[in-house]
Write a protein that binds this ligand. Sequence first.
Ligand code: UTP
Length: 777
Amino acid sequence: MAESTHEDLESLPRGGFRCRLCHVTVANKPSLDDHLRGKKHQRMENLRSVRQAQELRSVFVSGFHKGTPASELSDYFQTYGEVVNVVMDKDKGVYAIVELQDREVLEKVLAQTQHSLGGQKLRVKPREKKDFKYTPPRKQGPAKREQLSPEKLAQKLCQADDVDAQMSLLVQLFEFSEGERRLRDLLVTLFQEVFLEFFPGSAILPFGSSVNGFDVSGCDLDLFLDLEKTKKFQASAKSPTETPAEDRASPEPDTRSEDSILSDIDLASATVPEVLELVATVLRKCVPGVHHVQVVPNARRPVVKFCHKESGLRGDISIDNKLALRNTRFLQLCTETDERVRPLVYAVRYWAKQQALAGNPFGGGPLLNNYALTLLVLFFLQTRNPPVLPTVARLKELSENEEQTVVDSWDCSFPKDSTRLEPSSNTENLCALLAEFFHVFEDYNFAGHIISLREGQPLPRPSVLTSEAGSKLKLGPFNLQDPFELSHNVAANVNEKTALRFRRCCQVAAKYCRSLQYQRKSSKGKIWGLVRLFQPGTAEAEVLAATGLVISFPLTLPTQPAQSHELLCQAGDFHHQWFQKVYAGIASVLQNVLKCSCSEGLEQEQEAATDCKQGEQLAGMTTEQPPAGCKRSLDEEEAGSSSPSPKRPRTDALFPEGRSMTWNCAVWHKVWLGRRRVRRQLRGPQPDPEHTAGSLELEAKVSEAISQQEGEGRPADPLLQFTIHARAGASASGERETRISLRFDPVPEQAVAFQEFFHFLQGFLPRAVEQQLASEA
Ligand code: UTP
């Protein structure tokens, strides 16, 4: 009787098992034994033996005219002996599997060197040996979970008893259903079948969220096509005598015949984009149900993207990503080591997605990718006291000889099995861990350190650069070192703004986690626990509410007249005058260029200054100086006057006064809409050199024209009314650099309508003010 092999079985987190042969999941070892003895499993094993026998007497046929009926192929092969069955590739009609009566007929067919049908030369070869995968005849559950609306999710979470229960529920609601897992298995099998026929010896291996323990219904299917063996086959087919015997495949597949897809390409010397093009061709022509195939050759890891028509599943295939298989196994190991890992990662991932901090689908853009975010959670767990997870260096120490693994010259050694790891003595619950995660990262110096999962601690920036010979980690505002590929900063794409937003959102979340609303279920039916953390953009809204709408931009101070020690007071006057000029310039742009009304208002200086400063921090501006508008301490004052550096006047300290300004403004027409078109009309076909693009005179005419389009004269009421609080200060980036921060406060009922105008001003105002000052100079 057929035997089940250990490849049929997969261990799952928390002691469960999955039988891949039958697509059955069981909770523990005794249930697994029952299943293996049961009827279903026995039936599947028999079916596998039958299928494998069929495979051994079948041939793979291609090269015939598209649309050739199965009966024609059957008639053709009947000339060698009995044909039992012909299975055509239904979707694309470019290949067929012909099952013959027995091995004898098969040998006769294969002995014939040339086959042709309807004037076409046929390519006939034995089937590649593959793992058996059973396709159940009836559906067992949906292939994708029903999309859970945010309201439904909130409702379900609110019903849980405590935050720990909410987090476990989150995993259950998001992870793959049995149907979805099965669909993915089947797709992988389908790819494997087809690729094996075209790339003998190849293997299709899933990695990433489909298999790393952090599966979310509908997530991408990341696949790695391993062509190592195919390359060896090809090499041995080319020069059999030069290839070492152990590298030669037996029996050698047909990679040389002129109609083999591989005859077009030498895998050993082909570039990655060339091989990917070939992979894309196989996908387009030969894999049923696959569409939207697209090669992306310029990504850090080039891939072929595809979509599976029936399920809508998206995925990509890479051919140069062995490290990803290894880090996928590492993530699995972490989930198996401690059962708190999965719920915590699911909660942080969903929070970050809702706050638009992470999870950009195509890996581009400035957000953290899910892999990076997951590593950040694992790092956090390594740094708890006592640790929840061991460091990667510790895992290496625990690994045995046969587990020593090097991939692309990076050490990727860790134990195969989580049972060999010491259980953690940390007893913190999920609720506390999540709150601590936010607390740890709310003030984290992401730019100043390198987060190392290998060491389980932050490393000072320079030491990594010297510790790994020849490797250069691309450092930036967010430095998170890959646990294996030590020269790779997995957050290198994150820009300063996102890094700051990440911290700011952690601050807001940490503050919320200290409240009873987070910690306790509401008895009055209000939202509680995770639910508020998951509200989209809550953190962003709180950040905006705290900082207002701020535009902050640098301006270079004109060269100051030669100074001497005694002339510092005059230097002070010089700065004072400069800032007054800047304010006049801003007012002029608003009034003369944008046709706004603008009158000086009363300044609540301290408050405005604080708000502007928060805005600067949010926008990633330098804020090392004491907040402008704040009085200097006596000590500072004395130090400033007793030992000033004649070469480097401290612009921040020189002018504590007169740096704030407030205007009450109104805009009467939609001067921010359609400017480009009006500008083009005004310039005419031959632009007047005086009206060069973007000149303030032209911009004023544009505003005028837009106002006139909307009707003669001013309407009775302004479109928008708002206050601007301005603050000028020094910037740390250079002694002549100053920075202007403008905080906009629309009247409350116009807050939403004002956004559009504000976005326009963000681009327009800094340039226009600079031009205004330049024209005056
Ligand atoms: P993703 O960031 O897509 O993570 O990277 P994910 O866990 O699959 O999450 P989804 O698909 O967005 O839901 C996919 C895999 O690519 C490898 C890792 O193996 C990761 O699991 N990867 C990603 C790297 O090896 N390095 C990277 O910098 C990024």
